[in-house]
Design a protein around this ligand. Structure first.
Ligand code: PXP
Length: 241
């Protein structure tokens, strides 16, 4: 079985920084650490409202040539321009609603077909690998191929929620498996992301044909507990108690 790549999404490092308006924790430091600790790429979502990383973070992360960057953007003119000005290695086109807490579902490829086709062609001319974030639906996979995307990323939010709640996920996993097999049969590289935890990654890694996982919120959340011991002990040393 070929190795599955891990893309580490560092958006929520920026969320913590932005909550206090400080300069730490620095997403650039997180990007470097992710790669040092074995991530295959770093994912960042430049949202319209800049609630995670901002334009300056993006510039600095892209400048670090040793880090393969996967930039998630909405299919807008503004984001296309920014991506062409700061070309990352990979782009994942995602839907975006201002009022949502996180990316709630896959792209509506049918509704945005004309615009997406132009956007994908512009990005591919700059040698950027383009992926589209979609639901595990055969019709959407066919459309992704028609649009000339290099890859699809399957939204795993629903199955991850079912696994977290210890509910039956058999019909959802069948749907995802069918989608991966179909995508692979038409030469579309397949990725998976959203809501992944240790438990759901253990389930999904058994499906044949996933080449990349993109994981963010859980990695940042779990890192708090992995790191608390070291940070508290260091403070104790500093204050001499
Ligand atoms: N993949 C895509 C396309 C996403 O939009 C997101 C969320 O920004 C992720 C992966 C990561 O999701 P999570 O933070 O829930 O792991």
């Amino acid at each position: 079985m070929s190795k599955i790549r891990l893309g580490v999404n560092i958006d929520h490092v920026a969320t913590i920084r932005n909550a206090r308006g400080e300069r730490y924790p620095d997403p650039l430091r997180a990007a470097k650490a992710a790669i040092d600790y074995g991530a295959d790429s770093v994912t960042v979502h430049l949202r319209e409202d800049r609630r995670h990383i901002n334009d300056n973070d993006l510039k600095k992360i892209i400048k670090l040539k040793r880090i393969p960057v996967n930039l998630e953007i909405a299919p807008t003119l503004e984001m296309t321009r920014i991506a062409l000005r700061n070309p990352p290695d990979f782009i994942c086109i995602v839907p975006e609603k201002r009022e949502e807490i996180t990316t709630e579902g896959g792209l509506n490829l049918k509704r945005n077909k004309k615009h997406l086709s132009k956007m994908i062609s512009l990005l591919k001319k700059r040698k950027i690998r383009v992926s589209v974030f979609i639901e595990p639906k055969i019709q959407d996979i066919k459309l992704a191929k028609d649009l000339d995307a290099d890859c699809i990323e399957i939204h795993t939010g629903k199955i991850c929620r079912l696994i977290n709640k210890k509910r039956n996920y058999s019909s959802e996993i069948k749907k995802i498996n069918k989608a991966i097999m179909f995508a692979n049969s038409i030469n579309l590289e397949t990725h998976a992301g959203h809501g992944l935890t240790f438990a759901s990654a253990k389930v999904l890694k058994n499906l044949k044909g996933i080449k990349e996982f993109n994981i963010g919120h859980f990695i940042v959340s779990e890192s708090v507990f992995y790191g608390l011991e070291k940070v508290i002990k260091r403070f104790k040393r500093i204050i001499g108690s």
